[in-house]
Design a protein around this ligand. Structure first.
Ligand code: B12
Length: 212
């Protein structure tokens, strides 16, 4: 039977079909879906990212890695325990700032929904103004931002400045995460919370919005 290490390997090689088959196999064998996601799919994606950074992979490899991950993730999401949390009346606006990378954002959205929150998914390539406008128009309780590549880092500072300028900084707590962010950076920027993993988004939202 395939192991999580095998799954990581085929994701790293961007072999979509074998990755899908192994994901199914691991789930059928009772392996924890979050473990499959984090140690199989995400580690494999990281391998591709590291090769790209070392100039041993090209953009097409990133595209293929994205396709492979996106084929496995819905199968894993299906297997996540659902309906454990009652619906709460808290609404969270979620999107990526600038970037096209939406795999992490989508995971955050799925887990927030499973966690009982209403998610307003703004999709990709948003500007600070998009976040502000959507939060106002939807009557959001919180903004969750996914920052996956470096140019978005300074845009995050712009978002917080914009919220201050519009006098809604207290109205919309802002949480952030994503591959290029760190706790230290988020603290320095003045974010209300930072998470390394998608599941941290749920803990942060519960704590900040005081939901049981
Ligand atoms: C797949 C991929 C792509 C795909 C994305 C497909 C898609 N639909 O998402 C495509 C081909 C589009 C792509 C394009 C590019 N990419 Co790219 N890509 C990747 C890759 C390999 C994986 C990204 C990913 O999905 N990771 C898995 C997810 C689950 O991780 P994540 O987003 O970080 O999310 C997790 C946590 O961070 C957290 N999280 C995320 N958001 C949030 C939010 C909150 C509130 C919380 C609490 C938590 C949280 O939860 C998630 C799960 O636990 C990474 C390498 C890597 N190591 O990540 C490079 C990477 C991100 N890409 C990179 C680059 C440079 C690019 C391009 C500029 C390449 C180019 N020259 O064109 C373009 C940019 C396009 C654009 N305008 O956005 C760089 C960024 C470097 C940097 N410092 O800026 C990376 C790091 C590769 C590298 N090592 O150089 N890419």
């Amino acid at each position: 039977m395939a192991t999580i290490e095998d799954l990581r390997q085929v994701v790293s090689e961007t072999q979509t079909e074998p990755a899908v088959v192994m994901t199914r196999e691991l789930l059928a064998a009772g392996v924890d879906p979050m473990e499959i996601l984090e140690q199989g799919v995400m580690f494999g994606l990281n391998d591709v990212g590291n090769r790209f950074a070392a100039k041993k992979a090209i953009v097409l490899d990133l595209v293929r890695a994205g396709v492979t991950a996106k084929a496995c993730i819905p199968i894993i999401e299906e297997a996540l325990p659902k309906g454990e949390s009652p619906r709460n009346n808290k609404k969270i606006v979620l999107g990526t700032l600038l970037s096209q990378h939406n795999i992490g954002k989508n995971l955050v959205g799925t887990l927030l929904s499973i966690g009982g929150f209403e998610v307003v998914d703004m999709g990709e390539k948003n500007t600070p103004w998009d976040f502000y406008e959507t939060a106002e128009q939807s009557g959001a309780d919180m903004i969750a931002v996914s920052v996956v590549f470096a140019p978005a880092l300074e845009k995050f500072a712009e978002l917080l400045d914009l919220l201050k300028e519009m006098k809604v900084r207290d109205k919309f707590p802002v949480i952030v995460g994503g591959g290029v962010t760190t706790q230290k950076w988020a603290d320095e920027e003045g974010a209300d919370g930072w998470g390394a993993q998608a599941k941290d988004g749920v803990d942060l939202a519960r704590r900040i919005l005081q939901v049981a």
